[in-house]
Design a protein around this ligand. Structure first.
Ligand code: SAH
Length: 354
């Protein structure tokens, strides 16, 4: 094993700081031994700062209608081969109540960018969930106005997930017609200002993305002091302009996750559904190199297959009850526990000392 690799990993595990050059080095273990060391140290940092608990967030994909045209995403407006849906409010509320009965303490409401959901319509859903159930709410509905974000927050939304997708501004521009990296970043700043617990995140293995870009993704999220970092592999979708691209690998995704944990010890790091799609034990592996969150799908079954961001998504035929049991078993199988609290930002705990 290279001395330099060993000492940089040790430095990152102790001080949670690396320069960009150092991070680029650590992101590229030379052999199996170096890779194992990186994963082991990330797992130790996760254990020390986050403990054994895995936080579950039940995700409801309530609309797959999208007005954007992101080059990588199966929901893009130009994909005419997708059966589009909006789940009626009643059914969303039932799904949330069902998840609550299964023990979920966080409900994530995710959709394409669908302006049919005015602030009023979304606030009504948020309020009803918060009135009826003792849960935290995460929103993941894309770019909206400051006023909308304020209204969602006043209605009871606790957290907001808006992935920055890539910290390489030129690549961001190529992938998102009509959108701007600046606008994305200012929204993350607004969300922080409004008191949300904020999640950003990037895809791994985008066409043209370099290791240096991935280092920038991690350093960007560290600088932004995000509460959550959603890092997952890019999986090409046949009905998009990037259908023939090669996509992210499990190994590179795990390396990025491990480095993210070393540099951001208190961040919530999900083992994504996308990583579970790449490998049958992808999520377990992610949980063993830094991750501490899983987001099981609680979308009513008949809509699931149409929320096709990427192909071959796992669990599209499972009922929420079965998903819950399956996840529980997977978590226990690696000696971990399912958290029973809301799973708020670990940074809040440190900030407010509770
Ligand atoms: N409209 C919302 C939700 C987008 S879908 C928003 O803008 O935040 C949620 C996430 O799916 C995206 O942030 C993106 O990172 C991921 N995603 C989209 N297409 C993907 C693909 N082909 N492979 C992997 N992840 C993808």
């Amino acid at each position: 094993m290279r001395e330099k690799f060993k000492s940089l990993v040790a430095k990152a595990a102790e001080w949670h700081e690396l320069t960009k050059e150092e991070l680029i080095y650590v992101l590229q273990p030379e052999d199996h031994k170096e890779r194992e060391l990186l994963f082991k140290k990330a797992d130790e940092v996760r254990q020390n700062y986050c403990g054994s608990d895995v936080h579950l967030r039940g995700i409801i994909e309530f609309s797959n209608i999208c007005e954007r045209n992101c080059l990588y995403c199966g929901l893009r407006g130009d994909n005419k081969r997708l059966n589009r849906y909006r789940i009626p409010e009643e059914e969303i509320l039932e799904a949330a109540a069902g998840a609550y009965r299964l023990g979920y303490k966080t409900i994530v409401l995710q959709s394409g960018e669908d302006s049919w959901y005015t602030a009023d319509r979304l606030c009504s859903i948020i309020r009803k969930i918060k009135e009826g159930l003792d849960v935290a709410i995460t929103l993941c509905v894309g770019e909206r106005t400051y006023e909308d974000y304020r209204e969602f927050r006043n209605a009871g939304a606790d957290r907001y997930l808006l992935k920055h997708e890539t910290a390489n501004g030129a690549l961001y521009t190529r992938l998102h017609p009509g959108m701007s990296f600046r606008a994305r970043i200012s929204r993350l700043e607004w969300l922080k200002e409004l008191g949300y617990q904020v999640g950003a995140g990037n895809m791994v293995g985008l066409p043209g993305q370099t290791i240096a870009d991935l280092a920038d993704d991690i350093l960007f999220m560290k600088r932004m002091d995000v509460d959550m970092a959603g890092i997952g592999p890019f999986i090409p979708h046949g009905n998009t302009p990037l259908g023939k691209a090669s996509g992210g690998t499990l190994d590179l995704t795990l390396r990025v996750l491990a480095c993210a944990r070393l540099l951001m010890p208190l961040v919530h790091l999900p083992a994504t559904t996308a990583v579970g799609t790449l490998h049958p034990y992808g999520r377990e592996k992610a949980l063993q190199c830094g991750a501490n969150v899983v987001m099981p799908n609680i979308t009513p079954s008949r809509y699931r297959k149409d929320y096709e961001i990427y192909p071959n998504k796992i669990c599209v035929n499972e009922e929420p009850e079965r998903c819950r049991g399956c996840i529980q078993n997977r978590i226990s199988s690696i000696g971990r526990t399912v958290a029973s609290d809301y799973g708020h930002s670990l940074k809040l705990k440190v900030r407010h000392n509770y």
